[in-house]
Ligand binder design. Sequence first.
Ligand SMILES: [Ca+2]
Ligand SMILES: [Ca+2]
Length: 236
Amino acid sequence: MMIRNIAAVVGLTVLSISVQAQYTSTFDSNNESWRFATMASPFNSGSGPAYPGTTVVGAPFLGGLGNPPGSIGVTSDIVDYQYFLTPLAWNGNRSSLMNGSITWDYYYTTTAPWNNAWGDIAIRDTLNNRWIVADVTAVSPTAGVWNTFSVNLDPSTAWKIGSTAGALATNGQILAALTNMGGVYFRGEVVAGMVETYRLDNVHWKGPVIPEAGTMASFGSFLATGLFWLRRRIKA
Ligand SMILES: [Ca+2]
Ligand SMILES: [Ca+2]
């Protein structure tokens, strides 16, 4: 009896973990159905720009450019404010990605300073008709190189409601945005009114790291066996 229980404990120490649902875009050969949204304003005041934007088109694919090639992006001076937008197929209930993270690579060049006051990433909550917005650039990112940014999908990232000027989002408001997910918007635009270059590559949207379901089932069964054995020992 004792040896069998020790064996069970040893087995349990090999706990396996898995990363739940995950999206990855590296734009190796096409734009992977990513979109390119023009907004009437950046996410820097009030409740933010109108959803989904004044125009939403397919993101321009850059086959020869990227980290490594390709990527999506433009070199242009398009009126208003451009954001890269996740594929339509990603919309919906993404609550399983709560407590996960998003990382992405961003490249830009410009002849005018980066405007640091805007939100860098926004998620649309289509039920409550609001944005959650994060500014991940405490200082201007370096021009002419690939910068890696990341956010956590929990309150350890300072998500704001509507815009960078909004109230801090609660755990429940972050979860609501993921549950009613109408698109993740990644900042492209550097500064208004200038010809500039901006590109996006290597988007990784990971879920939380959790024990595998099978492991949890084994763990539960081990606990039941262990408690039964312990109860027998106490009675004896
Ligand atoms: Ca790439
Ligand atoms: Ca900033």
